[in-house]
Design a protein around this ligand. Structure first.
Ligand code: NAP
Length: 461
């Protein structure tokens, strides 16, 4: 019964042209922008302000009254005032009793106060039906209409009917309400606009650290070593050659790191014989940022593709080609075509192109607009199966490229392995473990565990 009535309420604003008056406390940036949008959508707006003087900035058609007078005119009061000024609201407690009071405030720091602003407001006005909403929408977006990226409005509150009334307004403004539950969720909603790419921090810092390490590794082996031992100045390698070595190494290492937590999780589940024990925190966090790691890996792979495509127009490459031709002309001898080398070079390029193609496909399916249009099984197929195909192709691309130098002592300057050998470590570990995991004697118990079976059940019947 209740459910039906709330559904009917949700439809109500669309079926009637008459909108209820909304009161906004505060004629600041947000109050004005929200009022303007509401008037555009047919809501009569009345402002409650410390000064009842009408300024040019206040939307036309809006009334400006004292707080008491304005609150008396509406059932919904939106508090567009900073939290530190909420104290004066206690004087209006009687007028606000039973009314829907909407807290839209944000803080300057994460968890700035012990309780959320909305809970604080509810403490100040125990008789009011406090709802948290609109804090994730900016005044600028409301004013300019640039709401594409922030169409979602998180709403929470303890009073279902009050929450529905606010959600109806949100819908009427062309935004999408997202019910986050009771007022307890307000703290999380208030922290949301303060977060700066939270899921990207670890992948970005890890990538920066690894890029710096690989860059200096290449610098030592490809520029400093030849300078010291052969008196060759290859410092210009810093511009293109070294980046084109670091990018594929980063792409392959990060791609391996996308799939490594999955195989670690499988080993942990097999060892514990249950899926009902939490993974260590670090593994949980790692698994949550796999998409970001994958997208950064794709960016490195794309850079590698561009660097490789421009390679033939580099003066160093042109010089090296003409040097070979001239030396053949001077010796009056044409080198015969080495078909083994031709095979290796074509295979390595083909594997790289195919690997990049699948990598782009996997990357595209991780975009919300695409992933929303496929079902869970299709999504898993692309992310897991095609992801592994990408990893296999990219690893094979690197192996074919450098495999022939594995045993050559010249590949170990200062006894250090070449950088492409380092890039093979993580992907090879992942592929070998994955290979073991798909053996039926390992896969069967793992599948059973993932379906809920336990080796030593804690609660047996
Ligand atoms: P603002 O421009 O500083 O305006 C705040 C308004 O509060 C003032 O214009 C004033 O209105 C009123 N006020 C100031 N001191 C007061 C006091 N001592 N007693 C009573 N009223 C007082 O701030 P804003 O940018 O509009 O932000 C208002 C609220 O919306 C904040 O809580 C903010 O976190 C939230 N918010 C803002 C945005 C945004 O993009 N700006 C986005 C989301 C949420 P009167 O002069 O009319 O009394």
């Amino acid at each position: 019964m209740n459910k039906n009535s709330s559904n009917m309420m949700a439809l109500a604003p669309n079926t009637s042209n008459k909108r209820e008056t909304v009161c906004i406390f505060g004629t600041g940036d947000f109050g004005r922008a929200l009022g303007h949008k509401m008037i555009q959508c047919g809501y009569p707006v009345v402002y409650g302000s410390r000064s009842t003087q009408i300024s040019n900035l206040i939307p036309k058609d809006a009334e400006v009254l004292s707080h008491t007078e304005a609150a008396q005119k509406a059932a919904i009061i939106i508090i567009a005032i900073q939290r530190q000024h909420y104290n004066f609201l206690t004087q209006l407690e009687e007028i606000l009793h039973g009314k829907v009071v909407v807290d839209i405030s944000n803080n300057l720091k994460l968890n700035q106060y012990p309780e959320s602003n909305a809970e604080y407001l509810a403490q100040l006005l125990p008789g009011a039906r406090v709802v948290k909403a609109f804090n994730t929408v900016s005044a600028w977006a409301l004013q300019s209409g640039a709401l594409d990226a922030s169409r979602q409005v998180f709403v929470c509150g303890d009073d279902m009917e009050a929450k529905q009334m606010v959600m109806n307004i949100v819908r009427a403004l062309g935004l999408t309400p997202l019910d986050k539950g009771s007022l307890l969720a307000a703290q999380e909603i208030e922290n949301y606009p303060l977060q700066l790419f939270p899921m990207w921090k670890f992948p970005v810092f890890l990538s920066l650290g690894l890029t710096a390490f690989f860059f200096f590794y290449c610098l030592a082996l490809d520029v400093i070593y030849p300078y010291i031992y052969e008196k060759n100045d290859f410092s210009f390698f810093i511009a293109l050659t070294i980046p084109n070595r670091v990018c594929p190494v980063m792409a392959l290492t990060l791609l391996g790191l996308v799939y490594l937590p999955g195989v670690l999780a499988a080993i942990i589940q097999l060892y514990r014989g249950t899926k009902y024990r939490r993974f260590p925190d670090w593994l949980d966090k790692w698994m949550l940022c796999r998409k970001q790691l994958g997208l950064i890996a794709l960016a490195f792979a794309s850079l590698h593709a561009v660097f490789t495509l421009v390679s033939p127009i580099r003066s160093f490459v042109k010089w090296r080609t003409s040097k070979t031709i001239i030396s053949q002309a001077l010796n009056n001898k044409t080198e015969p075509l080495d078909t083994t080398n031709a095979w290796l070079s074509d295979s390595y390029l083909a594997l790289g192109i195919l690997g990049f193609f699948f990598f782009v496909l996997v990357g595209i399916t991780s975009l919300p607009s695409v992933s929303n249009s496929v079902n869970w099984r299709e999504f898993r197929f692309v992310q897991s199966k095609l992801g592994y195909v990408t990893l296999i192709l990219s690893t094979a691309h690197t192996l074919v490229y450098g495999g022939k130098w594995f045993l050559s002592p010249s590949a170990y300057k200062w006894y250090l392995p070449n950088i492409y050998m380092l890039s093979l470590v993580v992907p090879c570990v992942v592929l070998v473990v994955k290979f073991v995991l798909i053996f039926p004697c390992v896969d069967k118990p793992l599948t059973k565990i993932r379906q809920g079976w336990e080796r030593n059940p804690k609660y047996s019947e």
